[in-house]
Design a binder for this molecule. Structure first.
Ligand SMILES: [Zn+2]
Ligand SMILES: [Zn+2]
Length: 306
């Protein structure tokens, strides 16, 4: 019988923390000061935020000066120059943006600080180069040492390309890669860029360490508006409950739909040959939620007596 390996086992789903890991300020090309950006997210009731200025590291000391309410600020930056962009989340210091991004990933692993997420893979840049390929599948296949990719990036909704990158995610998952899907704003402008995409995390403690530990282990889902209220797994049986989805879709290898359920929940018996399954919860307008993948693992064949 198939069993499933997934990040949601043995977690308390009663205290979700909501946050954005991608926001710019006047310390790079954002329109607002650090203080204004932090105040905006705090007022919207966010639990955590990372200021991700382009190759500009925001230290814990600088963050302490701008913090508001009990918004948890996570230090880091967006590795930007000379190559595909990457978030260095919970960094202790900046790594140089080497054109060979594997060297950046190796530097992060040597520093032993934080996690790395590939940004807006399906952005078309520069303008006119309409290839939806800011970060190529080849790069994502070849790199080691990053934990996931932005399957949704809000700002690309007003630029060339696609804000979504579930196509590349499904291809990588189908090839056996274990990568988490993130949703972030990538906010730059004063209005219209905030509260487009976020991550809902089940952390063991309400601290930067607790949040980053949960992110690194996939104990979260990505959202543009739909709320997941329960994830239950027993053997190969998965139930997803949402507050407000109109349709829930179970997606397996190469993007194939395993099951489509109208309404706010779905129940699936994952077949032993599925490889993996993940769930997309579709709400009204452009509201979605995406779970992390559930991988099929089968217990070893019983040894025949000799
Ligand atoms: Zn970027
Ligand atoms: Zn950015």
């Amino acid at each position: 019988m198939a069993t499933l390996e997934h990040p949601y086992a043995n977690i308390d789903q009663s205290q979700p923390l909501r946050g954005n890991l991608h926001a710019h300020t006047t310390h790079s090309d954002g329109d607002r000061s650090r203080r204004e950006v932090v105040a905006d997210y705090a007022q919207r009731g966010y639990d955590f935020l990372m200021l991700s200025d382009h190759d500009v590291f925001t230290s814990p000391e600088e963050l302490r000066e701008v913090t508001e309410n009990d918004l948890i600020l996570i230090p880091g930056n967006e590795i930007t120059a000379d190559g595909p962009h990457m978030l260095h989340i919970a960094a202790e210091r900046r790594v140089d943006p080497h054109a060979d991004r594997q060297r950046c990933l190796d530097a992060v692993s040597q520093q032993g600080d934080g996690i790395v997420v590939a940004c807006h893979p399906n952005w078309s840049y520069p303008r006119g180069k309409a290839d939806f390929n800011h970060c190529s599948l080849e790069n994502l296949r070849n790199w080691n040492g990053f934990c996931g990719l932005e399957i949704y990036n809000g700002v690309i909704g007003r630029l060339n390309g696609s804000p979504y990158a579930t196509n590349k995610w499904d291809l990588l998952l189908s090839e056996g890669r274990k990568l988490w899907g993130f949703a972030n704003d990538d906010s730059h402008a004063t209005t219209g860029d905030v509260e487009l995409g976020w991550n809902v995390v089940w952390a063991a403690e309400r601290t930067p360490v607790g949040i980053v530990d949960a992110l690194s282990q996939g104990r979260f889902y990505a959202s543009t508006g739909v709320a997941i209220t329960g994830i239950r797994v027993e053997d190969a049986h998965v139930q997803i409950e949402t507050a407000d989805a109109q349709r829930v879709v179970a997606i397996t290898q190469h993007g194939q739909r395993l099951k489509v359920a109208d309404g706010p929940h779905i129940e699936v018996e994952v077949p032993a040959d599925a490889g993996y399954v993940r769930f997309e919860c579709w709400g009204t307008g452009e509201k979605f939620a995406w779970t992390q993948p559930f991988w099929v693992t089968s217990p070893p064949e019983p040894q025949s007596p000799s």
